[in-house]
Design a binder for this molecule. Structure first.
Ligand code: HEM
Length: 141
């Protein structure tokens, strides 16, 4: 029972984490195209609030609850799909931190990528989402 409640909130945090992971690089696309100072300052505020207010807390809650599920059922750690899932989560955390680094570059007016680069960058988490959900639900190995 407790396990299922934790799993429900694990999934809620994963959903809000991904909402931010998809939207922040989208803001970078428009920010990289912005030509006026007022517009750029507005993007900086939106990016900071999304990263600090949604993306960081969601990541912490999703990971903490995932670890709580493992604590309650350590048997998952013997399974291949869980090893693969954890490896992809490490990549996801890397992407998250990379977003933070890019955000700081924009904040300091030191962005060096064009909007096309951000459009491609924006696609990477789609692959991670698809792979992680299939591993967690289908548990293929
Ligand atoms: C360190 C991070 C994470 C840990 C330790 C973790 C661990 C777990 C564990 C132990 C379960 C329970 C499996 C079951 O009862 O069948 C679970 C469920 C699940 N996790 Fe995670 N998880 C993490 C991050 C994520 C992420 C980032 C995603 C999505 C991209 C995700 C998606 C899911 C899904 C969809 C389920 C439901 C599986 C089902 O009930 O069929 N998890 N997670």
């Amino acid at each position: 029972m407790t396990y299922l409640w934790i799993k429900a909130f694990h999934l809620i945090a994963v959903v809000t984490w991904f909402a931010a992971i998809f939207y922040l690089p989208r803001l970078f696309v428009y920010h990289a195209m912005a030509e006026d100072e007022a517009g750029r300052e507005r993007f900086k505020t939106m990016e900071r609030k999304l990263y600090r207010g949604i993306m960081n807390p969601s990541a912490v809650v999703a990971i903490a609850l995932g670890l709580a599920l493992l604590w309650l059922n350590p048997g998952w750690l013997t399974q291949g799909w869980m090893h693969a899932k954890l490896a992809l989560v490490v990549l996801l955390v890397g992407y998250h931190l990379w977003c933070g680094a890019l955000l700081r570059r924009f904040r300091d007016d030191a962005n060096s990528h064009g909007h096309v680069w951000y459009r491609i960058f924006n696609e990477a988490p789609v692959l991670l989402l698809v792979a992680i959900v299939i591993l967690a639900v289908v548990k293929p190995f």
